[in-house]
Ligand binder design. Structure first.
Ligand code: ASP
Length: 294
């Protein structure tokens, strides 16, 4: 029973590609990488990869991660500039005993040494958006107006599970700022004996609750949908109680049976799923846990 789930509407084409690969008995590692690469290379998706959201200095700094649910290996990069597919660099870091998570110039040096080519990621449109919004920020509007990470979790017909993420993080972030997306347990986690989960939203808040790990642990006892809802609701309430507010938090999950779930504390969180039995599905979930197809 194969399945693949991803965050936001931008992942639809990628889920279709990954799902087709799984339907042909392909591996989950390739399927999820394929799905995320499709988003990374598409300039129309402004919060991931090519033409992503620039930081305060007008540079596109990217974070990405990969986790293998069989071996629990993690590979990740953060604050990496000018590579088209950070997710592939993250995947290539899975196998080492050491040096699995590289940042900034060290990650870029590793990428070049390992055959990844430089690619200019600050497009003209991204530069123009940065110039426009920079004026708004300087005019008093809150920065960090945009984000959205592509996160994908999957299972193949051999019951192998994996997950990966890729993002440019928050618009106008400080140089060197890293969110939850490359951090295991926070932005993603998978243990194929239970399932996998991944998160998108305000990284600074998501990492306070290690939400993806929390959801995977909850899936030992409950369905992916119940695990996502319980984790988001209780953590959102905790943040409000302790800090007076909670940032945006949206999550997706899939268990080792290929069952899936999603939850959010925002008005509408779109996600896309493809499974062996149900084909491609596009959904939205709201704060109340109501899911509708779209
Ligand atoms: N979680 C990402 C970050 O904080 C952004 C997002 O997913 O919206 O970098």
């Amino acid at each position: 029973m194969w399945g693949i789930i991803g965050t936001w509407a931008m992942v639809e084409e990628g889920i279709l590609l990954g799902g087709r690969h799984l339907s042909e008995n392909g591996s989950v590692m390739d399927a999820i990488e394929m799905a995320v690469k499709d988003v990374e290379k598409n300039e129309a998706y402004t919060s991931v990869g090519l033409g992503g959201l620039p930081n305060e200095a007008g540079q596109v700094e990217l974070d990405a991660a990969f986790m293998d649910g069989k071996t629990l290996s993690v590979g990740a990069v953060a604050g990496i500039k000018d590579f088209l597919h950070p997710v592939s660099i993250a995947r290539s870091l899975l196998d080492g005993v050491f040096n699995n998570f590289l940042i900034g110039p060290g990650a870029e040096k590793y990428a070049i040494e390992n055959g990844f080519e430089r690619y200019p990621m600050l497009t003209q449109k991204a530069k123009e958006r940065w110039e426009t919004h920079k004026l708004e920020v300087e005019g008093g509007l809150a920065p960090y107006i945009g984000h959205d990470t592509v996160c994908v979790v999957g299972i193949d017909s051999h019951k192998h599970m994996a997950t990966c993420t890729s993002t440019s993080g928050l618009f106008y972030k400080k140089e060197g700022r890293v969110g939850d997306s490359p951090i295991p347990g926070s932005g993603y986690y998978v243990d194929e004996s239970i399932g996998g989960a991944a998160a998108t939203g305000l990284g600074e808040d998501i990492m306070k609750g290690c939400l993806s790990y929390e959801i995977v642990m909850k899936m030992k006892e409950m369905s992916p949908q119940a695990a996502c809802e319980e984790a988001v609701k209780s953590f959102n309430d905790k943040l409000i109680e302790r800090r007076g507010k909670a940032g945006d938090i949206s999550v997706v999950a899939m268990n080792s049976e290929g069952e899936f779930g999603a939850a959010t504390n925002i008005e509408c969180f779109p996600f896309v799923v493809m499974t062996q039995t149900r084909g491609l599905m596009k959904f939205e979930v709201n704060q109340k846990g109501e899911i509708k197809s779209c």
